[in-house]
Design a protein around this ligand. Structure first.
Ligand code: 5AD
Length: 434
């Protein structure tokens, strides 16, 4: 097969970004920026909320016109919506040639060949029972400073609202050797910072090794400057993990720790398996060992019959913890989850009002936190041209804060520099080299 040109549109989480890069590599394809130049167009989709899954179907609709001008164009849907609705999508959308679930990416090459060999053929690959789900490594653009490495697929937690176990299956941990090999590959291609990803990364274990040992192994990787990981599960924060984070100098001072709600009653209905006291205690332990740790979280408002009192506890939590960032969502009922069968859903207007109140207060806290970091010194890894001004460069602190630096020449890209913050904004800083 000659080298294919591919255009991938990615929705959703970092796991999907990673999978999109694996899609490119699994076909040894050449990524293009314009779908009109592509032989294959794939939309890699997200099913986490109702809105996201509508977005998937409308995205596929937008590519129909390219098929009219190029009848040989192959259009496919990958990811969680593909896994969830499979055959139904193929029936519904005539210009869709295939659907492929997250665990089947290793079979994409075969699938495209089948479609090419028989032009009317439609393919549905959504099996969960795949032996080598980590087989294909991601495409890495030469010189790109950061990259992702998956250490885990699927999820064993049974949160009542969540579709992930349905569409990504139960937890499979990647062998240590493969994690180290893929890290090496990306570092050799120029990556300086790697983010290790999984639905609940800190529950990773393999042949007697646990997540805290994994951090020790990653610390040893020559050429790697920074280690991040996401998403952590509160119940799996252990003292050993906290110690390992604190002692390994490459591990960044950043932790994404989804709490979902500040109310024990809601946490219980969600089946989160920890109490809010446990969560607060874990945060204390983390902050005690790493006072400069930046925390972010996810919050769902309006789950099941969340009351005003439950919501008040969530508001109190964000006041007490003072997260740097929260990602907050209105609860969306997902097919086949335990939440679907729970009654008395919060009225949409009330849920939306709670979401707005939460987001408004958090914006204030984020800015207040940022202002506290003014005129302080940070190590910043320079990543590339700033989004605001092409003459400026931007980088990130260990806490994952974006810092723009005026009039810096591109030779700094990929270097860690000492920077003093001079302006603090809602989402970024302006800093100067010191
Ligand atoms: N409705 C709203 N938000 C959800 N999330 C997961 N499932 C749902 C749902 N059904 C949120 C959680 C999770 C984040 C990735 O998405 O906060 O941590």
């Amino acid at each position: 097969m000659e080298k294919l040109s591919i255009f991938v549109e990615t929705h959703g989480c970092q796991m999907n970004e990673y999978d999109s890069d694996r899609i490119i590599n699994s076909l040894s394809a050449h990524p293009v920026k314009n779908p009109a130049d592509a032989d294959v167009v794939i939309v890699n989709t997200c099913a986490i909320r109702d809105k996201a899954d509508h977005k998937a179907v409308s995205a596929i609709g937008r590519y129909k016109k390219y098929k009219i001008s190029n009848p040989n164009l192959i259009i496919g849907m990958a990811g969680c919506v593909a896994q969830l609705y499979g055959k139904k999508l193929i029936k519904q959308i005539p210009h869709l040639d295939f659907v492929i679930g997250p665990r089947e990416i290793g079979k994409l090459k075969e699938l495209i060949k089948d479609i090419k060999d028989s032009s009317k053929f439609k393919k549905i690959n959504t099996s969960m029972d795949i032996e080598e789900i980590f087989k294909v490594s991601p495409y890495h653009e030469e010189g790109k400073i950061n990259g992702f490495v998956s250490i885990q697929q699927g999820c064993n937690k049974k949160c009542a609202y969540c579709i992930v176990p349905t569409v990504r299956g139960s937890e499979v941990n990647r062998p240590l050797k493969q994690i180290l090999e893929e890290s090496r590959l990306l570092i050799d291609q120029g990556a300086k910072e790697l983010t290790y990803i999984g639905q609940t990364v800190n529950s990773w274990r393999y042949e007697g090794e646990k997540f805290y040992n994994l951090l020790d192994h990653l610390q040893e990787l020559d050429g790697l400057e920074r280690i991040r990981f996401t998403t952590s599960f509160p119940r799996d924060i252990t003292s050993k993990m906290v110690k390992s984070m604190a002692k390994n100098s490459k591990v960044c001072r950043q932790l994404h720790l989804p709490v979902q709600s500040g109310s024990n009653r809601v946490l219980k209905m969600m089946n989160r398996s920890y109490t809010i006291e446990w969560y607060r205690e874990s945060v204390l332990k983390l902050k005690e060992s790493m006072p400069d740790l930046s925390l972010s979280t996810d919050i769902i408002v309006g789950f099941s019959d969340e009351s005003e009192e439950d919501f008040a506890q969530t508001m109190q939590l964000i006041e007490d913890i003072r997260f740097d960032t929260i990602y907050s969502f209105m609860y969306s009922v997902r097919p086949g989850t335990p939440g679907e069968k729970m009654s008395s859903h919060v009225n949409e207007e009330i849920a939306l009002d709670r979401l707005h109140r939460l987001q408004l207060r958090q914006r204030g806290i984020t800015l207040e936190n940022n202002l506290e970091q003014l005129n302080k010194d940070f190590d910043v890894l320079i990543e590339g041209a700033s989004k605001n001004n092409p003459k400026d460069l931007f980088g990130r602190t260990s806490q994952n804060k974006v810092v723009n630096i005026r009039n810096l020449d591109s030779s700094y890209i990929g270097k860690i520099v000492k920077v003093r913050t001079k302006e603090a904004h809602q989402n970024s800083f302006v800093g100067e080299l010191i």
